[in-house]
Design a protein around this ligand. Structure first.
Ligand SMILES: [Fe+2]
Ligand SMILES: [Fe+2]
Length: 225
Protein backbone atom coordinates (compact mmCIF):
# COMPACT_ATOMS: atom_id res chain seq x y z
CA UNK A 1 0.00 0.00 0.00
CA UNK A 2 1.30 3.48 -0.86
CA UNK A 3 1.11 5.57 2.30
CA UNK A 4 3.27 8.66 1.88
CA UNK A 5 1.70 10.08 -1.27
CA UNK A 6 -1.81 9.60 0.18
CA UNK A 7 -0.78 11.67 3.19
CA UNK A 8 0.86 14.28 1.05
CA UNK A 9 -2.18 14.53 -1.16
CA UNK A 10 -4.54 14.62 1.82
CA UNK A 11 -2.52 17.56 3.15
CA UNK A 12 -2.98 19.33 -0.17
CA UNK A 13 -6.72 18.65 -0.23
CA UNK A 14 -7.28 19.93 3.28
CA UNK A 15 -5.08 23.02 3.06
CA UNK A 16 -5.33 24.28 -0.50
CA UNK A 17 -7.93 26.56 -2.00
CA UNK A 18 -9.78 25.93 -5.22
CA UNK A 19 -9.03 29.48 -6.21
CA UNK A 20 -5.61 28.35 -7.49
CA UNK A 21 -7.29 26.17 -10.08
CA UNK A 22 -8.30 28.92 -12.43
CA UNK A 23 -8.54 28.35 -16.12
CA UNK A 24 -10.04 30.42 -18.88
CA UNK A 25 -11.75 32.66 -16.36
CA UNK A 26 -13.43 29.74 -14.60
CA UNK A 27 -12.87 29.25 -10.91
CA UNK A 28 -14.04 26.47 -8.65
CA UNK A 29 -15.08 27.85 -5.30
CA UNK A 30 -14.33 26.04 -2.07
CA UNK A 31 -17.48 25.34 -0.05
CA UNK A 32 -17.80 24.96 3.69
CA UNK A 33 -18.13 21.44 5.13
CA UNK A 34 -21.74 20.20 5.05
CA UNK A 35 -23.35 17.59 7.20
CA UNK A 36 -24.41 15.27 4.36
CA UNK A 37 -21.59 12.91 3.53
CA UNK A 38 -22.48 12.63 -0.16
CA UNK A 39 -22.00 16.38 -0.60
CA UNK A 40 -18.56 16.11 0.91
CA UNK A 41 -17.70 13.09 -1.27
CA UNK A 42 -18.82 14.93 -4.41
CA UNK A 43 -16.76 18.00 -3.49
CA UNK A 44 -13.74 15.88 -2.53
CA UNK A 45 -13.93 14.02 -5.83
CA UNK A 46 -14.20 17.31 -7.70
CA UNK A 47 -11.15 18.56 -5.79
CA UNK A 48 -9.08 15.49 -6.64
CA UNK A 49 -10.10 15.65 -10.30
CA UNK A 50 -9.29 19.36 -10.44
CA UNK A 51 -5.88 18.63 -8.88
CA UNK A 52 -5.29 15.84 -11.39
CA UNK A 53 -6.12 18.16 -14.30
CA UNK A 54 -3.89 20.89 -12.88
CA UNK A 55 -1.03 18.45 -12.52
CA UNK A 56 -1.53 17.11 -16.06
CA UNK A 57 -1.61 20.65 -17.45
CA UNK A 58 1.76 21.30 -15.79
CA UNK A 59 3.22 18.09 -17.23
CA UNK A 60 1.96 18.80 -20.73
CA UNK A 61 3.28 22.37 -20.56
CA UNK A 62 6.73 21.06 -19.57
CA UNK A 63 6.58 18.38 -22.27
CA UNK A 64 8.50 15.12 -22.42
CA UNK A 65 12.01 16.71 -22.31
CA UNK A 66 14.64 13.96 -22.06
CA UNK A 67 12.45 11.41 -20.36
CA UNK A 68 9.82 10.63 -23.00
CA UNK A 69 8.95 7.27 -21.54
CA UNK A 70 8.21 8.65 -18.08
CA UNK A 71 6.17 11.51 -19.52
CA UNK A 72 3.89 9.33 -21.62
CA UNK A 73 3.59 6.64 -18.94
CA UNK A 74 2.41 9.16 -16.35
CA UNK A 75 0.05 11.22 -18.56
CA UNK A 76 -1.47 7.99 -19.93
CA UNK A 77 -1.95 6.69 -16.37
CA UNK A 78 -3.68 9.94 -15.36
CA UNK A 79 -6.08 9.85 -18.30
CA UNK A 80 -6.83 6.21 -17.56
CA UNK A 81 -7.50 7.06 -13.92
CA UNK A 82 -10.04 9.71 -14.96
CA UNK A 83 -11.69 7.07 -17.13
CA UNK A 84 -11.82 4.62 -14.20
CA UNK A 85 -13.00 6.87 -11.38
CA UNK A 86 -14.91 10.03 -12.35
CA UNK A 87 -16.32 8.50 -15.52
CA UNK A 88 -17.40 5.14 -14.06
CA UNK A 89 -18.24 6.02 -10.46
CA UNK A 90 -18.88 9.74 -10.04
CA UNK A 91 -20.90 10.78 -13.11
CA UNK A 92 -23.31 7.80 -13.20
CA UNK A 93 -24.36 8.43 -9.61
CA UNK A 94 -25.01 12.08 -10.35
CA UNK A 95 -26.98 11.18 -13.48
CA UNK A 96 -28.97 8.35 -11.91
CA UNK A 97 -29.56 9.59 -8.37
CA UNK A 98 -28.78 13.27 -7.87
CA UNK A 99 -30.01 15.01 -11.03
CA UNK A 100 -33.45 13.31 -11.38
CA UNK A 101 -34.29 14.04 -7.75
CA UNK A 102 -33.15 17.68 -7.91
CA UNK A 103 -35.02 18.42 -11.14
CA UNK A 104 -38.18 16.82 -9.75
CA UNK A 105 -38.06 18.99 -6.63
CA UNK A 106 -36.76 22.14 -8.37
CA UNK A 107 -37.85 22.20 -12.07
CA UNK A 108 -36.12 25.57 -12.55
CA UNK A 109 -32.76 23.74 -12.77
CA UNK A 110 -33.92 21.77 -15.84
CA UNK A 111 -31.68 23.79 -18.19
CA UNK A 112 -28.58 23.21 -16.04
CA UNK A 113 -29.36 19.50 -15.66
CA UNK A 114 -29.83 19.17 -19.39
CA UNK A 115 -26.39 20.68 -20.01
CA UNK A 116 -24.75 18.56 -17.29
CA UNK A 117 -26.28 15.36 -18.71
CA UNK A 118 -24.95 16.21 -22.16
CA UNK A 119 -21.57 16.89 -20.52
CA UNK A 120 -21.59 13.44 -18.92
CA UNK A 121 -22.26 11.80 -22.27
CA UNK A 122 -19.55 13.87 -23.92
CA UNK A 123 -16.91 13.43 -21.20
CA UNK A 124 -16.76 9.63 -21.37
CA UNK A 125 -16.01 9.84 -25.09
CA UNK A 126 -13.64 12.77 -24.54
CA UNK A 127 -11.55 10.75 -22.04
CA UNK A 128 -11.07 8.04 -24.69
CA UNK A 129 -10.37 10.60 -27.40
CA UNK A 130 -7.68 12.19 -25.22
CA UNK A 131 -6.05 8.80 -24.68
CA UNK A 132 -6.02 8.26 -28.45
CA UNK A 133 -4.55 11.70 -29.14
CA UNK A 134 -1.83 11.07 -26.56
CA UNK A 135 -1.01 7.74 -28.19
CA UNK A 136 -0.77 9.48 -31.55
CA UNK A 137 1.72 11.99 -30.12
CA UNK A 138 3.74 9.20 -28.50
CA UNK A 139 3.82 6.82 -31.47
CA UNK A 140 3.69 9.19 -34.44
CA UNK A 141 5.84 11.98 -33.04
CA UNK A 142 5.76 15.71 -32.39
CA UNK A 143 3.70 16.47 -35.49
CA UNK A 144 0.75 15.33 -33.33
CA UNK A 145 1.74 17.31 -30.23
CA UNK A 146 -0.19 20.51 -31.00
CA UNK A 147 -3.40 18.60 -31.72
CA UNK A 148 -3.13 16.93 -28.31
CA UNK A 149 -2.26 20.17 -26.49
CA UNK A 150 -5.20 22.10 -27.97
CA UNK A 151 -7.71 19.31 -27.31
CA UNK A 152 -6.36 18.84 -23.80
CA UNK A 153 -6.76 22.53 -22.90
CA UNK A 154 -10.39 22.39 -24.06
CA UNK A 155 -10.87 19.18 -22.06
CA UNK A 156 -9.58 20.79 -18.85
CA UNK A 157 -11.73 23.89 -19.26
CA UNK A 158 -14.77 21.76 -20.06
CA UNK A 159 -14.30 19.68 -16.90
CA UNK A 160 -13.73 22.65 -14.58
CA UNK A 161 -16.81 24.41 -15.96
CA UNK A 162 -18.84 21.25 -15.50
CA UNK A 163 -17.87 20.85 -11.85
CA UNK A 164 -18.34 24.54 -11.20
CA UNK A 165 -21.93 24.39 -12.52
CA UNK A 166 -22.71 21.39 -10.33
CA UNK A 167 -21.30 23.13 -7.26
CA UNK A 168 -22.91 26.50 -7.90
CA UNK A 169 -26.39 25.35 -9.02
CA UNK A 170 -27.15 21.68 -8.34
CA UNK A 171 -25.63 21.06 -4.92
CA UNK A 172 -27.14 24.20 -3.31
CA UNK A 173 -30.54 23.25 -4.75
CA UNK A 174 -30.21 19.73 -3.34
CA UNK A 175 -29.33 21.19 0.04
CA UNK A 176 -32.46 23.32 -0.14
CA UNK A 177 -34.91 20.64 -1.30
CA UNK A 178 -33.77 17.16 -0.24
CA UNK A 179 -35.45 15.30 2.60
CA UNK A 180 -33.49 13.14 5.06
CA UNK A 181 -34.64 10.07 3.10
CA UNK A 182 -33.26 11.59 -0.12
CA UNK A 183 -29.92 12.21 1.59
CA UNK A 184 -29.78 8.67 2.98
CA UNK A 185 -30.00 7.22 -0.54
CA UNK A 186 -27.40 9.62 -1.95
CA UNK A 187 -25.02 9.26 1.02
CA UNK A 188 -25.11 5.44 0.76
CA UNK A 189 -24.41 5.51 -2.98
CA UNK A 190 -21.49 7.95 -2.88
CA UNK A 191 -19.97 6.25 0.18
CA UNK A 192 -19.14 3.31 -2.09
CA UNK A 193 -16.88 5.30 -4.44
CA UNK A 194 -13.79 5.39 -2.19
CA UNK A 195 -11.62 7.25 -4.71
CA UNK A 196 -8.06 7.06 -3.28
CA UNK A 197 -7.07 10.35 -4.89
CA UNK A 198 -9.40 12.18 -2.51
CA UNK A 199 -6.85 11.23 0.16
CA UNK A 200 -9.47 9.58 2.38
CA UNK A 201 -9.17 5.94 1.24
CA UNK A 202 -6.32 3.54 0.51
CA UNK A 203 -6.32 2.30 -3.08
CA UNK A 204 -8.00 -1.06 -3.75
CA UNK A 205 -5.38 -3.70 -4.50
CA UNK A 206 -5.94 -3.62 -8.26
CA UNK A 207 -5.37 0.15 -8.32
CA UNK A 208 -2.24 0.25 -6.15
CA UNK A 209 0.23 0.18 -9.03
CA UNK A 210 -1.65 2.81 -11.03
CA UNK A 211 -2.12 5.03 -7.98
CA UNK A 212 1.55 4.69 -7.04
CA UNK A 213 2.69 5.57 -10.57
CA UNK A 214 0.63 8.76 -10.53
CA UNK A 215 1.43 10.06 -7.05
CA UNK A 216 5.14 9.26 -7.13
CA UNK A 217 5.88 10.53 -10.64
CA UNK A 218 3.31 13.23 -11.45
CA UNK A 219 4.04 16.83 -10.40
CA UNK A 220 2.28 18.72 -7.61
CA UNK A 221 -0.54 19.18 -6.70
CA UNK A 222 -1.45 15.53 -7.34
CA UNK A 223 1.96 13.93 -6.84
CA UNK A 224 5.53 14.23 -5.66
CA UNK A 225 7.33 14.39 -9.03
FE1 LIG B 1 -20.92 15.62 -13.25
FE1 LIG C 1 -19.63 16.00 -10.29
Amino acid sequence: MVMLPVGVFLTWVTTSKFEILQTGGNTLTEKPMKSHSSLQVIRDEHASLAAMLQSMRMMVKRGPAEDRRNFFDVVRAMLFYIDEFPERLHHPKESNLLFPKVVKLAPKVMGAIDKLERDHMYSEKAARDMQHLLLAWELLGDARRTVFEEAFEKYINFYLEHMSLEESVILPEAERCFSEDDWRVLDAAFAQNADPLTGHYPPAQEFEKLFSLIVTRAPSPIGLG
